[in-house]
Design a protein around this ligand. Structure first.
Ligand SMILES: [Zn+2]
Length: 145
């Protein structure tokens, strides 16, 4: 794993919304419902209209160590079936679909999309904490000047 991704995982594992038991979904069915609410919401589709034509598929990642995303698939082992991780993987899908497949996996665009999703779905407090964690772990999310 590269150093940058490692720092990002450290940052997100340090925030309360990661381990908040209320954010643990557990089953794929629960993830599906949560994800459905987000990707079908007016807020989401207004912000990223390209996503109207993208069907995000869930993959049962049981038995694998890591969660991952492709431009239209999200794979989640059991531990990863929590809201913050689902939003992380969804941020990959949105970044690749809406800003180009050449974007670095955990670059600025990804981090910005991720923060935006967290702010809207989990709230101001969760977003503030994640932003602080990004700063502490030197994860860039500001648009390049
Ligand atoms: Zn990632």
């Amino acid at each position: 794993m590269d150093k940058h991704a490692e720092r990002l995982y450290l940052a997100e594992n340090s925030v309360f919304s990661f381990r908040d038991p209320r954010n643990y979904l557990g089953t794929l069915a629960a993830v599906e419902r949560f994800l459905g609410h987000v990707v079908n919401s007016a807020w989401f589709l207004e912000r990223w209209p390209v996503m109207e034509d993208v069907e995000v598929k869930l993959h049962d990642g049981r038995g694998s160590q890591t969660a991952w995303a492709s431009p239209n698939v999200i794979s989640l082992p059991r531990w990863a079936r929590r809201k913050l991780v689902v939003l992380h993987e969804l941020a990959h899908v949105v970044t690749w679909q809406c800003y180009g497949k050449d974007r670095p996996a955990h670059g600025r665009t990804f981090a910005r999309v991720y923060l935006r999703l967290v702010r809207h779905v989990l709230g101001q407090e969760a977003a503030r904490e994640l932003r602080w964690a990004f700063r502490r772990h030197r994860i860039r999310f500001q648009r390049r000047k």
